[in-house]
Design a protein around this ligand. Structure first.
Ligand SMILES: *Cc1c(COP(=O)(O)O)cnc(C)c1O
Ligand code: SF4
Length: 349
């Protein structure tokens, strides 16, 4: 089997390679790529079937990226919430720790588009050390999310050392890794990697699939290896215009995720990230999609539709409303639309 690094080496990163491999002729894309890096590795390239299909849209630059006058660079106020560079402390008991600026593919809709894959995201031994120091002196942080970039692009040894240091901080209970590698470069998930990861339980992985066509035999093998290592797998899907913004695609995706032992966790409303406005859908689209799923498929397969509030105010669930009236009786709709009544128990909370 080809080593994952050799596959990554063969990625399309320039306009001329894009022209050659995808017959893509639009010189405006040169400027897009100069602003926001491109990386389409041969594995993901192979999944693209036709121009502008849902996988193409996620991977291939679009001139709309430079025509976005609505969105902002850092919509979640991450830089303001970083006590040290690349560590975001937004919630009382958990923190987001960015440990690399590299990804197996640069998703065109990325929330951290302002810096991912570029020198604008400066990560060094010094920034990592500063992150660990902050975690050590902030014992209220019980849950650390390692992200980036994609942490699983780090070498096995580098990742292992990072996890060893995290586990040497006794106040940290939960380690989570956010990675898109099971979807974009599944051959990165090796037995050797899993043998390292499983030494650091409780360790969770949240991965990121957006379309049923991404659930390939290779992705299934990667997730099986991780699940067999006792690592609970969640998925953080982003709702994207022209990619997955309809109920039947999301329904198929959520079912397919459960089949490969990945539990749908969040379905995100697209963030207000500059260069991604062409991907945004009205919030009502997501709520309607969730409404469509409820009752039709297992609750196990239904993610929370969430909006990450602008300015770093945190994730908020946007849920379909089933309640018609409150009072002595709760009146509500069943999943298929019948009106139901439930007598209240008396004293309110
Ligand atoms: C999303 C996020 C978390 C984790 O949120 P959960 O709801 O616990 O998954 C933590 N910190 C930051 C900065 C985040 O963006
Ligand atoms: S893998 Fe994640 S961090 Fe990397 S470009 Fe895609 S969305 Fe952004």
């Amino acid at each position: 089997m080809t080593h994952w690094k050799d596959i990554l080496q063969e990625s399309i990163t320039t306009y001329s390679a894009l022209q050659k491999h995808l017959d893509c002729n639009n010189t405006a894309l040169k400027e897009v790529i100069a602003n926001f890096p491109m990386r389409i590795n041969p594995y993901f390239l192979n999944l693209i079937k036709t121009p502008d299909d849902p996988l193409w849209k996620q991977a291939v630059p679009d001139s709309a990226e430079l025509e976005d006058s609505i969105c902002i660079e850092d919509p979640l106020g991450e830089e303001n919430l970083s006590p040290v560079p690349n560590l975001v402390h937004r919630y009382p008991d958990r923190a987001l720790f960015l440990v690399t600026n590299q990804c197996a593919m640069y998703c065109r809709f990325c929330t951290r588009k302002r810096k991912v894959g570029t020198e604008r995201m400066h990560i060094s031994d010094d920034t990592i050390r500063a992150g660990f120091d902050y975690l050590r002196k902030t014992p209220e942080i019980k849950d650390v999310l390692i992200s980036g970039g994609d942490p699983l692009l780090l070498e096995d040894e580098v990742l292992e050392n990072l996890l060893l240091t995290l586990r040497s901080i006794p106040t940290i209970e939960i380690i989570r890794i956010g990675t898109r590698v099971p979807c974009t470069l599944p051959m990165r998930i090796t037995k050797r990697l899993v043998d390292i990861l499983k030494k650091f339980h409780p360790l969770f992985i949240n991965t990121h699939f957006n379309h049923p066509d991404e659930i390939t035999p290779e992705a299934a093998i990667a997730c099986a290896l991780l699940a067999d290592g006792g690592i609970p797998l969640g998925c953080q899907t982003v709702l994207l215009k022209g990619v997955n913004d309809n109920p039947s695609i999301i329904l198929d995706l959520m079912r397919a995720l459960l089949r490969i032992r990945v539990k749908p966790y969040y379905l995100f409303q697209a963030d207000l990230t500059r260069g991604t406005n062409h991907f945004r859908t009205p919030t009502d689209r997501g709520i309607t999609i969730i409404r469509h799923l409820i009752g039709k498929i297992s609750g196990m397969a239904i993610p929370t539709f969430a909006l990450d509030a602008p300015g770093g105010k945190g994730k908020i669930p946007l849920s379909p409303d089933f309640i018609l009236a409150r009072g002595e009786n709760l009146v509500f709709n069943s999943y298929c639309g019948e009106v139901c009544t439930y007598p209240e128990a008396g004293e309110a909370f």
